[in-house]
Design a protein around this ligand. Sequence first.
Ligand code: NDP
Length: 450
Amino acid sequence: MSRRAYEKIVTRDPNEKEFLQAVHEVFESVAPVMERNPEYRKAAILERIAEPERIITFRVPWMDDKGDIHVNRGFRVQMNSAIGPYKGGLRFHPSVTLSILKFLAFEQVFKNALTTLPMGGGKGGSDFDPKGKSDGEVMRFCQSFMLELQRHIDHNTDVPAGDIGVGSREIGYLFGIYKRIRNEFSGVLTGKSINWGGSLIRPEATGYGAVYFAAEMLASRNQTLEGKRCLISGSGNVAQYTAEKLMELGAAVLTFSDSSGYIYDEAGMTRDKLKHVMMLKNVKRARISEYIEKYPEAVYTPIDPTLDHNPMWNHKAECAFPSATQNEINLKDAENLLNNGVYVVSEGANMPTTPEGVYLFIDKKILYGPGKAANAGGVAVSGLEMSQNSMRIKWSRDEVNSKLKQIMKRIHRSCVEAAEEYGTRGNYVNGANIAAFVKVADAMLDQGLV
Ligand code: NDP
């Protein structure tokens, strides 16, 4: 690895733990690429690729229903525009920091390159917590947030989407106020509702894509998802549609979670059970613990912060789909997964496995699909939404779904090929990092020192 380039970043931002973690992984993977291509070193590609082109930080004041005033912090990290306008979601969650958004923006650059669509990378959000807020409060927050963000985004410059805490309700409020301020109806956000510029399959895309990626990995060993037992974390957008596609392909979905705990349903999910989860999480905005009120045969386990592992990852299964948040699988969890028979991990979430967990998965040669490849289906369909907006057309469900499937197949193939080219067969982490890095680095070389 290029120690010097990495150490410089550590010295500059020593406290940005998540960002450093993401950079370290990529720099480690691309070390042989740097060796083979001295022109990258000469052009200081590593130093430039890890420094955001622009970071915007702003105050977001808003008033709650009682008339009390609150102040949150808003961010947009415009990381890299070598291959297209900045593209990446907005996260509203109290844990949001600049380090988290820089890691997400950095990952996004490579993920977007893997899709082969013309999209640069960015990410943004706020430490605002939509949980427990009324619709009116969420709307006023979104309007205040966009009042500032609109100065920095545009359908040709930077196109945000949703992420944790930003779903169709928030995208609607953000779009509404953008349209009013700018007096234009444009494709400045993706994840829009289907009635006003959204794409079919966008809500499903990340989850479906993570399942397609798992299916591709299994196909490389002449296997399918049929009959496989699957553990899913989270119960939001990605988790729900991962579950839907897995069931469609004949797999058994055993778990869902949220930040309070998880449910284990040994009998497996059914369409009705999933519908109930969607109602609980999307309409009632309730906790996953309420699942057992309707399905008492399932078991709910609250999070125990004194444990050194998450018991959710300690059940017999073949596949795991972490779909909640970063670093949710530590070394102990990774060991538990392997000991319970899991040999397919397809990451719906971004960077859900700690580096020690990743090393273990690679060492044990399981089918491990890192987030930047496995969850790229979401941004891929966002890219398709942008195309439909520009062309003012609407593709059918089948058309979008088949394009998504093809994109996930291509991403899988480019990971496999890049890993093989650099002598690390079956290592999807190296494959994804190398394939994406070369694409972005070459574009940066072509465009000179900017
Ligand atoms: P949602 O807000 O819809 O759902 C997030 C889920 O994860 C909720 O169940 C939430 O529980 C849980 N969660 C969030 N933070 C934590 C935490 N700190 N500890 C435990 N559980 C947590 O978000 P998405 O489904 O959209 O996103 C999930 C993951 O997928 C994220 O890592 C995101 O970056 C990634 N991703 C999303 C894409 C998309 O298209 N939406 C695209 C690519 C990646 P609770 O309700 O308690 O907060």
